[in-house]
Design a protein around this ligand. Structure first.
Ligand code: ADP
Ligand code: MG
Length: 303
């Protein structure tokens, strides 16, 4: 694996966001891939960490998810340092890749003291080189997710507004509260993002209203989510967002003028501000060399 190609400067502060929902298929990976792309296009130095053994983010960005050890596995098991395994994926965008070997990390670390804070410790020396770090969490609340929550400053929770959307939501918040009390007192839920939203479907609107009511009632109590809000821009259901990963492309490389691209730009503007109003599409051909494009090639061949 190649290490970073561009030198990484030292911005003054870095925000680490865990993108978490223990349900699969709600839009976590799509959100990480495309919000990080907006920020990278806006000259924000951005690192994305794939902590899901399914490696969807790694594949979405066109990197290799098949040659072990994956970057995340190497870092969590202490085999290699973060600096050694980071891969530059696009201008201003770095990736810590995942692979199926990450499944084994949970059991391999079972007797390790401090196993929940390995990622946090690994990021300590490197975080100030970035403006934003996103952690794409697996669909579970196990050790990998605990590592994400221990390392993060903020949690972004994507929700797909369908039947049973809020089932398990209490357990998710409980896990965040426990990590907040025991490991990471600074951890806060930043926002809930509605993904695959259909404003014509009454269920979408109902789920959104239920969450808004819940967050409103939580404001009086001191919890990690008492300052959270529902992002006022929703990510609409858009087929282009579902197609882009199979080409190893972000939505801005695949179809920069579609609803999906507009929505992710607007969400990035709301959450992070100060992004360029009109990010330019990035041509894959212009990106610095990233050794790990095989998976993207294969995905493109299959498509
Ligand atoms: P998660 O990471 O939570 O499992 P993903 O981001 O992988 O969820 O999304 C699940 C599936 O839905 C993927 O196939 C993805 O391409 C697709 N998808 C995500 N967001 C949208 C959207 N707004 N409209 C249509 N399809 C979407
Ligand atoms: Mg995912």
């Amino acid at each position: 694996m190649s290490s970073s190609e561009e030198s990484i400067s030292t911005p003054s502060s870095c925000r680490i966001l865990a993108v978490l929902n223990q349900k699969g298929g709600v839009g976590k990976t799509t959100t990480v891939a495309n919000l990080s792309a907006v920020l990278a296009q806006s000259a924000k130095r951005t690192l994305v960490i794939d902590l899901d053994p399914q490696a969807h983010l790694t594949i979405h960005l066109g990197a290799d998810a098949e040659t072990p050890p994956s970057g995340s596995y190497a870092v969590l098991t202490g085999a290699q340092s973060l600096e050694e395994v980071l891969v530059q994926s696009r201008p201003n965008l770095w990736l810590l890749s995942s692979g199926i070997d990450l499944v084994g990390a949970e059991t391999e670390l079972v007797n390790e003291v401090g196993r929940e804070t390995i990622l946090r410790n690994a990021l300590q020396h490197i975080r100030e080189r970035f403006d934003y770090i996103f952690i794409d969490c697996p669909p579970s609340l196990g050790l990998l997710t605990l590592n994400a929550l221990a390392a993060a400053d903020e949690v972004l929770i994507p929700i797909q507004p369908h039947f049973l959307a809020l089932q398990g939501f209490g357990r998710l918040l409980q896990t965040i509260r426990l990590v907040n009390q025991r490991i990471n007192p600074a951890l806060r839920v930043k926002a809930i993002l509605m993904c695959m939203y259909d404003s014509r479907a009454s269920l979408s609107v109902e789920v959104k209203n239920d969450i808004e009511k819940f967050l409103e009632s939580a404001r009086q109590n001191r919890t990690p989510w008492s300052g959270a809000s529902v992002v006022p821009v929703q990510i609409r259901r858009n087929i282009k967002l579902a197609e882009a990963p199979s080409y190893g492309k972000t939505i801005f490389e695949y179809e920069p003028s579609c609803h999906g691209a507009d929505d992710y730009r607007a969400v990035a503007q709301y959450l992070f501000g100060q992004i360029s109003a009109e990010p330019q599409p990035v041509s894959l051909g212009d990106t610095p060399a990233c050794e790990q494009t095989d998976a993207g090639e294969k995905a493109r061949d299959k498509a």
